[in-house]
Design a protein around this ligand. Structure first.
Ligand SMILES: [Zn+2]
Length: 189
């Protein structure tokens, strides 16, 4: 008999893979599970939205949870073509992040400023130490990511492994006099 602590969370409704507890998985409208790999493919088409209620509790709006199995399977078939269209729209960068707000911790004489760009990954993946390019007002500046953080009500929250397409998050980087404002894009090539 299977050990219910290590397996038996059912199987992915879309690809048939077993759903294992350590990986993140979500449900569709009818409650059936979807594995992390399928979620990752669907997420850029159905971005996750995070907001906060008056008490400061996180409110997640996940459009994938509104899909039925037929809609999700259909979307999964179109996921690769969807990303190709996005890549064409954004000059074929490997990953693109849309900046919604920026917080800057001013540096000192020998210390560069720290920037927290809060927004959403449109597609692709951002990880700590990635070389990134800030696109601002027709100009560009290069730097490296120091951290990818969760999005919190006050801006940037705790660190996470990576920011994936369709996910809200915050990108942390340092530099002197970098220009980064809401509406800008941060890209990885
Ligand atoms: Zn799956």
């Amino acid at each position: 008999m299977a050990d219910s602590k290590t397996i038996e969370r059912g199987f992915c409704r879309l690809c048939g893979r077993a759903l294992l507890p350590p990986e993140g998985f979500g449900g569709l409208k009818d409650g059936s599970g979807v594995c992390a790999a399928c979620l990752r493919k669907l997420r850029p088409m159905y971005p996750l939205a995070i907001s906060w209620d008056k008490k400061g509790n996180e409110v997640r709006q996940d459009p994938i949870r509104e899909l039925d199995t037929v809609q999700a399977a259909e979307s999964l078939k179109n996921a690769a073509a969807f990303i190709e269209e996005l890549r064409a729209k954004y000059d074929h960068h490997n990953a693109v992040f849309a900046v919604e707000s920026v917080t800057v911790e001013k540096g000192g004489f020998m210390k560069p400023s720290t920037y927290y760009a809060v927004g959403r990954v449109i597609y692709g993946c951002f990880e700590p130490e990635d070389r990134i390019t800030l696109l601002h007002g027709g100009g560009k500046a290069e730097t490296a990511l120091t951290c990818v953080r969760k999005r919190a009500s006050y801006g940037a929250g705790s660190p996470m492994d990576q920011g994936l397409g369709g996910q809200p998050c915050a990108l942390e980087f340092t530099g002197k006099g970098l220009a980064c404002e809401p509406g800008d894009l941060i890209v990885r090539d």
